[in-house]
Design a protein around this ligand. Sequence first.
Ligand code: 8YV
Length: 320
Amino acid sequence: TVSGGQVLQVGPLKPSLTATLSEKYDARTLPLGEDRSSFLAEHGETVTAVVTSGRTGVDAALMTELPNLGAIVHFGVGYDTTDVERAEELGIGVSNTPDVLTDCVADTAVGLLIDTLRGFSASDRFVRAGRWPAEGNYPLTRKVSGTRVGIVGLGRIGSAIAARLTGFGCTISYHNRREVPGSPFAYVDSAAALAAGVDVLIVAAAGGKGTQKLVDREVLEALGPGGYLINVARGSVVDEDALVELLTERKLAGAGLDVFTREPHVPEALLALDTVVLLPHVGSGTTETRAAMEALTLQNLDEYLAQGTLTTPVLDPRSR
Ligand code: 8YV
């Protein structure tokens, strides 16, 4: 049903993936700006598969302009930039790259947690600025082992974070859409109640409409002046304005953030705070994991082009 179709790249991708798509799949790239509408008028009908990422995705308007689109293949586990409800109505399949990045994102969460509580990045800046000889010992920080950690979203990544922190003697509890059967960790039925009972709140929930500002001002206030927030999921899951305000007013002890609402823009006020650790969305960013994500992206595309199905679908394609 899909043979002879055109592959379209939407948004920037890993350079090696872009090269493979153009060299081996004859893929075109959706132009930005003025050329976009003439490109779509000319080529839109031929496109059967899109390859994109959580940075760009495919919205409902673009789906309308690609009337023969059958699959949206994402490089990345998150697909919140694609309108999956509309894709489902249209019978368009959607895939992502689960599992292969779980370890690295969980490692990042633990690294951020340790850095935020122990102030390693801030103390590195202290050494580089020549302050050690001048000022003596670095101020004391917060012990990590044995802390009470609440995880928002106990999916693949949240579970991998919990497994790691169990080794640090942390007490783990979690909030999730629904209780996870057989989980050894305590389920708490709201994010605010979870935050009220922990020292560190880790956000590991999927982005998208269902989790928009799930961690709102009330949740952050429940975490309180002794509490820390770690986010390796999506900026949209947290009320970023409230977060910045509470951090600035020292009504939160600190935050470790790999994701932001308007990437690559980071709220200016955070840059001045030594209580926060700021990472440029590097959770899955290792050579090994990005290669595995690339391979799984191409495996999904190959399977779709050969037989109309996806290897790791979040939505199965229907024959169109
Ligand atoms: C990627 C991510 O960097 O997988 C995800 O959802 O956020 C990251 O692994 C991103 O998708 C690439 O644009």
